[in-house]
Design a protein around this ligand. Sequence first.
Ligand SMILES: Cc1cc2nc3c(=O)[nH]c(=O)nc-3n(C[C@H](O)[C@H](O)[C@H](O)COP(=O)(O)OP(=O)(O)OC[C@H]3O[C@@H](n4cnc5c(N)ncnc54)[C@H](O)[C@@H]3O)c2cc1C
Length: 371
Amino acid sequence: MTKYLIVGAGLFGATFAYEAAKKGHEVKVIERRNHIAGNIFTKEVDGIQVHQYGAHIFHTSNKKVWDYVNQFAEFNRYTNSPVANYHGEIYNLPFNMNTFNKLWGVVTPEEAQAKIDEQKSILNGKRPENLEEQAISLVGTDIYEKLIKGYTEKQWGRSTKDLPAFIIRRLPVRLTYDNNYFNDDYQGIPVGGYTQIVEKMLASDLITVETGVDFFDKKDEYLKEFDRIIFTGMIDEYFNYSLGELEYRSLKFETEKLDVDNYQGNAVVNYTDAETPFTRIIEHKHFEFGKSDKNKTVITREYPKTWKRGDEPYYPVNNTKNNTLYKQYKELADRKAKNVLFGGRLGQYRYYDMDQVISAALNVVKAEIGD
Ligand SMILES: Cc1cc2nc3c(=O)[nH]c(=O)nc-3n(C[C@H](O)[C@H](O)[C@H](O)COP(=O)(O)OP(=O)(O)OC[C@H]3O[C@@H](n4cnc5c(N)ncnc54)[C@H](O)[C@@H]3O)c2cc1C
């Protein structure tokens, strides 16, 4: 039997804990925040499951992961169909025939494609050198101006002319009247929220959980006390930023309770103009089809911001510079932290969706403990 310490009670840590305990190992989970579930944490407010750290839609084409997560919750039939608000004009996302019809009045896929091709041609076949040129080369000028430019500049805090082209290698353009944002086989929201999934994963008698505890307060003691450590925090922080800081994007969430039944008619509305300071508004009750009380709703405005030490690091910035630095930290970890496994979004500095995090954790379990 191995004594495991898991740092971080997010989806990666919880999946590992669940599997390790199932195989008879003793597990302690510590979490810096005052609650479990990491970024998938949801909390009930007036009968509404509020996604505390931004809209979370479970989607996957991995049947094994879908079956796995369905052990812990029942999923509803929610389909992500966000809309864009550009100065009060509403467009369907992802870019599809509904979007093109509203923009240009075109009706057939052939007409839409011709319009996109005509607008792309202003680049005269030039190889895109920045995000602006890349976007225009993929979808033309109108979509770029109304639906990409302002939104992307707010997200990254920089002009699209100063952002590298690779950020948007592809843009989903769909020549069908289909507003489903994802192409995956399975999609939904857990009825009753996400937190219950992690609660159930951590319910074993072999697992103890402590929240409000920071690994770095007792790092040396933990290293002595436990056989193996699964670390799902920031890999650069683990090494006290000794090789330099990795970059992250952070977010500010502003949540408000309102005495109205239906504020915006959709779970997710993106504000794609440059003037509105937030990128989107989430109206949480629509994730569960507004089954909660009439005349009450909860909305969250999401403001992107640059990460600095002390902020929550939500997104890794996977450009060449950071990926190279991450590789150096990984090499350092392989040499200097042999009893520590780095996992999850922050430990592996990778943009993981929930299904990928579960899959990655199951792979680590297999390599570490076996089937
Ligand atoms: C705004 C936003 C929207 C998203 N939307 C979707 C979506 O729609 N669909 C989807 O599939 N995925 C989505 N994701 C991704 C999803 O949140 C992640 O895949 C998942 O939560 C990652 O789990 P994790 O365990 O790796 O990390 P986390 O959830 O970040 O868990 C890591 C935990 O470790 C804790 N920790 C860190 N350092 C320490 C320390 N020193 N001591 C103790 N504890 C520590 C942290 O507090 C945190 O709770 C979204 C992410 C964000 C940020």
